[in-house]
Design a protein around this ligand. Structure first.
Ligand code: HEC
Length: 171
């Protein structure tokens, strides 16, 4: 190693060491400042205290005979506890809500509504097959038709109305 090289390495090492020392000092100062300011506030913060109390609260509460136990009454679930998605009123509404995504523009190989050439051979299979494929799902040569178009919450009859609607507009 030449003299120049070793000089460079010495200086470089010194600079590096100083930078590391400065970083450690800053880290220490930040911790000290945070300790005497933030931590106190965080631990006395209302929401924080409530969250901790909720976490450590015992899972059971005991009713005491003769005492006022009204705080223990179990509230009846609200009628609209699980509203989910709105249920479409008829085939046309169902189409707009659940089928149009794919069958409107022919996404993923879906036969486009109104495309008579695409629907002809499908309609020729008969309603029963179309209903079955729409309700149970179907993988054909064009793509994957998900069961009920992904709306498993809807009744079979409504899906059939949706199929009827698409078929009527595609013959
Ligand atoms: C994620 C996209 C997608 C959605 C949403 C979708 N479909 Fe499909 N559907 C397809 C695809 C793709 C095909 C064609 C499958 C094939 O033939 O390879 C298809 C085919 C069909 C067929 C023809 C089945 C057959 O036997 O040829 C019917 C009927 C149908 N869908 C009804 C519906 C109804 C009703 C809805 C709404 C409730 C719906 N689809 C929503 C993708 C979709």
């Amino acid at each position: 190693m030449s003299k120049q090289d070793s000089h460079f390495i010495n200086v470089f090492g010194l600079v590096l060491g100083i930078l590391i020392a400065i970083a450690i000092v800053i880290f220490g100062v930040a911790r000290a400042v945070g300790n005497s300011t933030q931590r106190k506030d965080v631990q006395q913060e209302d929401l924080y205290v409530k969250a901790v109390e909720a976490r450590v609260a015992p899972p059971v509460r005991i009713a005491v005979a003769g005492a006022d136990n009204s705080a223990l009454t179990i509230a009846a679930p609200a009628a609209s506890a699980a509203p989910g998605l709105p249920v479409p009123a008829d085939g046309a509404a169902l189409y707009d809500a659940a089928c149009h995504t794919c069958h409107g523009a022919g996404i993923g190989g879906a036969p486009k509504m109104g495309d008579k050439a695409a629907w002809g051979p499908r309609i020729a299979q008969g309603d029963a097959t179309l209903y079955k494929h729409a309700i149970e799902g179907f993988t054909g040569t064009h793509g994957v038709m998900p069961a009920k178009g992904g709306r498993m919450d809807l009744p079979d009859d409504l899906i059939k109305q949706g199929v009827d609607y698409m078929v009527q507009h595609s013959r």
